[in-house]
Design a protein around this ligand. Sequence first.
Ligand code: HAM
Length: 423
Amino acid sequence: MIISNPKGTQDFLPPYSEQKHYLETQFRKVVALYGFSEIVTPCFEHTELFLRSTGLTTDIVTKQIYSFTDKGGRDLTLRPEGTPGVVRAFLQNNLKPPLRLFYIGPMFRYEKPQKGRYREFYQLGIEVIGEAHPQTDVEVIEMGLNFFSAVNVKDLVVKVNSVGCALCRNRFRSDLIFYLNTVRDKICEDCKARLERNPLRVFDCKETTCQELYQSAPKIADYLCYDCQNHFQIVLQELTERNLPFELDKMMVRGLDYYTRTTFEYVPSLSTALGAQDSLGGGGRYDNLIEDFGGPKIPAIGFALGLERILIYLGNPTLPRKNLVYLIPLDGESEKQAKQLLRQLRTSEIPAILNLPDKNLRSGLGIADNLSCEYVIIIGSEEMKKQVYTVKQLSTKSQQEVPQDKIIEFFNQTFTKQSTKEF
Ligand code: HAM
């Protein structure tokens, strides 16, 4: 093999490609119940967009963006996340708030690849633009939980925090800097740089020593102004009233610069399948971003879920066989009949494939098995004489004769019964 896929990327092969499709379908179903419409934005944008939103002091922008200059001399970047593109599209197209949008697509970050962390990965995301009330925060968090429960991710806890507003941060900043200076010789080089540029980012550090030191550092959630405190109290109260599985985590600041007030992450409480990359999704409010982009003061909130991480969490899928019929005629006369039946099945929306003339019964059965077909129809001179089809069910290895004029009815009934099957 001369060419292999680039480091940090992956092929989605069956059955994972089908499981991926299944997760996307379930996501579409759940967000539709909450009134969301789809938005599709480009996979690359002007680099400046991410510098001004994701943030100049974040790991994503300082270390992980895939940027390039195109043949026209433009500075472009493969999107590391979906939020900036959605906000750009909202402003550029003069969309009218309130608005509930969702997106599904690949994101790109130049990370050190490991389990659950890739350079190209898919996000299932939502953004609510123009709803300021704390009840929206809870509605959004709840919707994410409902999606996870629909796809059988059961042991989740939502870590919740508030990162306040500019007012809260001003008061907090000086206390944090004071604390960090007292432990300056013990923190890592990255954190020393964070201390200079944006001290709040130290909480993103994955180094154990730093994490331990920051347990005793001042926390932004203890510095909230009256309005932010009030907002957060309502969020916590509403989460409790709705009986949602949440946990207050004052250390969680999230790795993006635009957040204000409520931030949250979906983390498994029991499963260890994901190791260090345990966040299945995260989000929060970004009430200033639209204004920072030169737009009006419009609040917003959203989240994004990591599709690959959900697949890892769910483990190897045991896929049911497909509602797909494989037709094997045994001689020339039966082949004519099989071709007619093939058309009839497809017209009736029953998926079907015909064995090719250069394949015999044995290899036909092998192909049907390989393609995960649930049914094989065998047509030979005996069947032609009796005006029946021999229908073989591969999962049960059972066989029965079905009258030719009842075959569509037969599959319509069996396939409807099976369509409730899930992963
Ligand atoms: P984020 O926390 O950077 O937030 O990413 C959201 C989720 O994407 C993570 O929790 C994780 O499941 C997945 N993810 C991130 N990086 C990788 C990677 N390298 N490989 C695999 N999965 C990954 C955002 O992206 C924000 N835009 C979310 C948001 C929307 N906030 C407000 N609106």
